[in-house]
Design a protein around this ligand. Structure first.
Ligand code: G6P
Length: 620
């Protein structure tokens, strides 16, 4: 949530900030702003709305403005208007701040700063940061002064950070130091890109990779001070630290649209390739084994686990639910999937035999991270299934498996879901093999998993036909998505996709539950999407389809290719190639992603920037 980018170098900062903000726009897009250092004055331009609106307000590029900070916002405190947009200047006009995160004690700090004479103009929590730094910088430091030789701006930032409760990724500049950029991190991601004579601080690597692939991933309670002469990193307790230089692993190409109209469509279509990358080198067909190097040190403990708890949010939670069924079925381990936001505030029972798995595309979701921390505190082994390399969850967990599907930019998650399910399937197969499955059964699933990418390719060829279904149904405001067994989580995911981007109200349900209430909703023409592939509950779900048809509902049925019987139950039919039922979610979710995509486009929505949503939810 919220994207920040900052630049110090030899080039004009403005175009670099704007390009960076566009790359980060998926993190939040209700307002935006930049602050540029111009001859010892911080020039702020901001607006509500998208980066494109901000661009129109900007003055022509000034070659001399080589230091600047920028922000794209997802509002938490204060409505998304121009005043609340970042950067926030302090009351003296000398300090400007862009912030991602939430300052929990802002109200107390604000009251105190007001009593000390500081003026506030916004409703944001961020303005207390700029004002507190400004207040300390101006000399109202009741608790000491900079140590000899310490830069006063750096000192004031460090002192202020020690007063903040909450989370932050920050970039800060001071009008008196036109050659200095400070970044700080706690709880929200922050990366420092190191180019040739230039520094870029950003919320994620996508805003950096165009300029350099050399980066430092900041950790919590750390700050970085950049000047044209070099940079240094330290803790907010003033202890100098050395940070390792890391290589940003993806190329610019991976974050371009490459001819697609939207990132979401690109990422849907990328799924065969993405899954091949995810599965690549991990399926040992000959020995019937799965190779997940990241878990090497922990197989003994995981195999002995009495209970697995999967923690996740949103789409990752749906993948986790498929994982639960896979782990129970193939590995015979008692598994529960928890909403991380609920788990973290309960008093969960975690004993010696419990392994916790966090599933997260971004690796930054605040609730999932908090659940990881809680599980660790209680002594559990915590594994991560994460896409973003070097993300906080990836670094906080004991071990894990990366999805390896490249950056996912569309706010509505697609390729991350299929990869999360694929990783959970690999985990379940390998645990099953180590426990009881036997070589032949394990090998069967491994061989079937390897066939999935090509089968998804086949599903993708039906995009035009699915578009026609969307056109015939997308004016309806209420939908049901129904599935059983392994396809029940897919029904939840299909409903979520439709809600997220087309703003149609959709409910996902286990098909049999429909009779216990939701059936009352069905009226003439109401779209009901059934996942009715060949599986152990096939006959049962046919019964559920009949129940909907009898009440006038219009059925969109996802069925198995070659099923001659199903046509008579479907107003609209979509097929997927046959697959073992445990692996079917990897196929059946794809037409539902495409359906949601076309419905949203037909309804005229910005698919990659759905209203009120953000890709990476780094606040509670
Ligand atoms: C947000 C996104 C969803 C995502 C969820 C969990 O709500 O819009 O697409 O599934 O966060 O994110 P994570 O990065 O932890 O998978």
């Amino acid at each position: 949530m919220c994207g920040i980018v900052a630049y110090l170098g030899k080039k004009p900062a403005q175009p670099i900030l704007i390009e960076g903000l566009k790359r980060l726009e998926y993190r939040g897009y209700d307002s935006a702003g930049v602050g540029l250092m111009n001859n010892g004055v911080i020039k702020i331009t901001k607006s509500s709305g998208r980066i494109s609106v901000l661009e129109e307000l900007l003055e022509p590029i000034n070659q001399a403005e080589v230091l600047g900070i920028g922000h794209t916002r997802w509002a938490t405190h204060g409505e998304p208007n121009t005043i609340n947009a970042h950067p926030h200047l302090d009351y003296t006009g000398k300090i400007a701040v862009v912030h991602n995160g939430i300052i929990e004690n802002y109200s107390t700090l604000k009251t105190w700063l007001i009593s000390e004479g500081c003026k506030f103009s916004s409703q944001t929590d961020t303005e207390v940061i700029s004002n507190l730094i400004g207040y300390l910088y101006a000399g109202h430091n009741e608790k000491g002064t900079p140590t000899t030789g310490q830069n006063r701006f750096e000192w004031a930032v460090q002192r202020a950070l020690n007063e903040l409760v909450g989370t932050y990724g920050l970039a800060i500049v001071c009008a008196d130091f036109p050659d200095m950029l400070i970044g700080a991190k706690k709880g929200s991601p922050l990366i420092l890109g190191l180019g040739e004579n230039e520094y870029i601080i950003a919320s994620d690597a996508s805003a950096i990779v165009e300029h350099t692939t050399q980066a430092i991933y900041m950790a919590d309670n750390e700050m970085v001070i950049c000047t044209s002469k070099g940079f240094h990193t330290k803790t907010i307790d003033n202890v100098e630290i050395r940070k390792d230089l890391k290589q940003i692993e993806f190329s610019l190409d991976a974050i371009e649209l490459n001819g697609f109209q939207h990132y979401m469509l690109k990422e849907i279509c990328e799924q065969p390739k993405a899954l091949n990358m995810c599965l690549g080198g991990r399926l040992d067909h000959r020995d019937g084994r799965i190779v997940l190097g990241g878990l090497d040190k922990y197989w003994r403990e995981i195999t002995r686990a009495k209970r697995i708890i999967i923690n996740a949010c949103g789409t990752a939670w749906h993948a986790g639910l498929v994982g639960e069924f896979l782990l129970e079925n193939l590995a015979r381990i008692n598994t529960e999937t928890e909403y991380a936001s609920e788990f973290r505030y309960r008093n969960p029972i975690i004993d010696d035999g419990t392994v916790v798995i966090a599933v997260s595309q971004s690796g930054e979701t605040a609730d999932t991270l908090a659940a990881v921390e809680q599980a660790k505190e209680r002594g559990a082994i915590v594994l991560g299934i994460v896409n973003v390399v070097g993300s906080t969850i990836a670094r906080t967990t004991d071990a894990g498996v990366y999805l390896r599907v490249g950056p996912e930019i569309g706010v509505a998650s697609t390729k991350a879901f299929t990869a999360q399910v694929a990783v959970l399937a690999m985990l379940a197969i390998e645990l099953g093999r180590r426990k009881h499955l036997g070589h032949d059964v394990a090998k069967f699933y491994i061989d079937e998993l390897a066939k999935i990418p090509a089968k998804i390719e086949k599903v993708l060829t039906q995009s035009e036909q699915i578009k026609e279904i969307a056109a015939a149904t997308c004016e309806r405001e209420n939908w049901l998505f129904l599935g059983r067994g392994f396809n029940y989580p897919v029904a939840l995911e299909g409903a979520l996709k439709l809600k997220e981007i087309s703003y149609i109200h959709a409910e996902g349900l286990p098909a049999a539950e429909m009779k216990h209430g939701p059936i009352a909703l069905i009226n003439k023409g109401m779209p009901a999407v059934f996942i009715a592939t060949k599986c152990s509950q096939y006959e049962k779900i046919i019964g559920n389809i009949e129940e909907v048809r009898a009440r006038g509902g219009r059925t969109i049925v996802v069925a198995t290719e070659g099923d001659e019987n199903i046509g008579k139950y479907a107003d609209f039919l979509i097929t997927v190639p046959p697959a073992p039922e445990e692996l079917q979610p990897l196929l059946t979710v794809v037409p539902l992603q495409i359906l949601a995509y076309h419905a949203a486009v037909l309804r005229g929505h910005d698919v990659d920037k759905p209203r009120n949503l953000a890709k990476s939810v780094t606040v509670e």
